[in-house]
Design a protein around this ligand. Structure first.
Ligand SMILES: *Cc1c(COP(=O)(O)O)cnc(C)c1O
Length: 411
């Protein structure tokens, strides 16, 4: 007899007891340290996914483990009838590190965007009146899976069957200034954009485009929201991506890497805007609890250092160079490598369009975990602590995987 905690489970168990919203890999990871990960059979992998740009300090980072363990033995949770020291320190650190004056904490990227969009509606409602309620977002964007955020997101396949959807949402093509000019009129309360589209295929936003959005928002009184859930917390080699672009939003949302794998989300904004979310207007049970904010504080303290961010840019340059060389060796397989920092997309070309998943599987067989961003783009998002030797090792595995994919295709 096995008890509940030692019962044998396998990938097959997933198909029996989990709601089938995901199609996870055949192997089941059981243990990891840094970028090294092991599955149930003991096979080793190099993790170039960071759990979708989340574990940016690597798995089980000693500093984060230590901070979390101490806090676990001190105070986990209170509820919002009380504040706590870690949340006040985290908010202070984020305010110091960014344009923002104030932070709101929640548990995920979707919740951070939900808060940002609700705030933009409330701000416009109180300042201009109820007619100013339209939200503009980009095609191929991703902002989360609550009904509101998924409707704001620009991927119709994610809203199919969930109608009726919230009204007053417009979608425009990304990086298209003319389309933005046509869409951002006086009835718009918010423009939400990823400064680099992640799920949509790792597409960097043009500086001129983001600047144009800023100007259009200034002209119409709409709030500019940067969704930095994927691009934030060091991923692009800047603490937040906007700091490298030189365009400042009114509201910024953060999650994913902020907790290095412990759930936390944040919405950052200015005093002038924040005052429109008064007492009782919004909230969440866990948001800003001392355990989550202790973890995030350690993450922020570690990543927001000039030397740390400089190393991210250095590792990025090395990985870009090697990926460009691979793409040059296999022009029939790959288009031009793109992205920023350690959020990198390698588009599949020609007959290999639609085969990103096949290459992902081939890489996994070699012992390398990578992501995809849609059917056509291989996505790499290693932990920001990735070493030169790990980059070389990953490239060797990816090269072998590519050669095998090409050979299989030729059969
Ligand atoms: C992942 C992601 C989200 C959603 O975050 P969750 O924590 O899954 O709710 C929102 N926006 C962007 C840009 C993301 O990459």
């Amino acid at each position: 007899m096995h008890d509940l905690t030692t019962r044998p489970v396998t990938r097959q168990t997933f198909d029996e007891v989990i709601v089938p919203t995901y199609a996870p890999a055949a192997m089941v990871p059981v243990r990891a340290q840094g970028l090294d990960l092991w599955d149930q059979s003991g096979k080793h992998y190099l993790d170039f996914t960071s759990g979708i740009a989340v574990s940016s300090l690597g798995h089980c980072h000693p500093g984060v483990v230590d901070a979390a363990t101490k806090q676990m033995n001190t105070l986990w949770h209170l509820g919002n009838g009380y504040t706590n020291e870690p949340v006040l320190r985290l908010a202070s650190a984020l305010v110091e590190a960014t344009f923002a004056d104030r932070a709101f904490f929640c548990n995920s990227g979707a919740e951070a965007n939900e808060a940002a969009l609700k705030l933009a509606r409330k701000y416009a409602h109180e300042k201009f009146g109820p007619h100013k309620s339209r939200i503009v977002s980009c095609l191929s964007s991703f902002h989360g899976r609550t009904l509101f955020t998924v409707s704001v997101g620009g991927q119709p396949k994610y809203t199919e069957g969930f109608e009726p959807l919230p009204p007053s949402l417009d979608h425009i093509p990304y990086n298209d200034i003319a389309a933005a000019k046509a869409a951002i009129k006086d009835d718009v309360c918010a423009v939400i954009v990823e400064p680099i589209q992640g799920e949509g295929g790792v597409v960097p936003g043009d500086v001129a485009y983001l600047q144009a959005l800023r100007e259009l928002c200034n002209q119409t009184g709409a709030l500019l929201i940067f969704d930095e859930v994927q691009s934030g917390v060091g991923r692009t080699g800047h603490f937040y991506c906007y700091q490298g672009k030189g365009v400042t939003p009114d509201i910024l949302t953060s999650a994913k890497a902020l907790g290095n794998g412990f759930p936390i989300g944040a919405m950052l904004t200015t005093n002038e805007i924040a005052k429109h979310l008064g007492v009782g207007s919004h909230g969440t049970t866990y948001g800003g609890n001392p355990l989550a904010t202790t973890v995030a504080l350690k993450v922020v303290e570690t990543i927001n250092q000039p030397a740390f961010l400089a190393r991210v840019r250095e590792a990025s340059a090395k990985l870009f160079t090697q990926l460009a060389a691979l793409a040059g060796e296999y022009p029939q397989v790959f288009g031009q490598v793109r992205g920023e920092g350690l959020l990198i997309g390698l588009p599949m070309a020609g007959d290999f369009k639609g085969k990103a998943k096949d290459l992902q599987k081939a890489a996994e067989a070699e012992g390398l975990m990578v992501l995809i961003a849609g059917p056509d783009v291989l996505r790499l998002a290693p932990a920001l602590i990735v070493s030169d030797a790990q980059i070389d090792a990953a490239m060797a595995m990816l090269r072998t995987a590519t050669a095998k994919l090409v050979a299989a295709q030729a059969k």
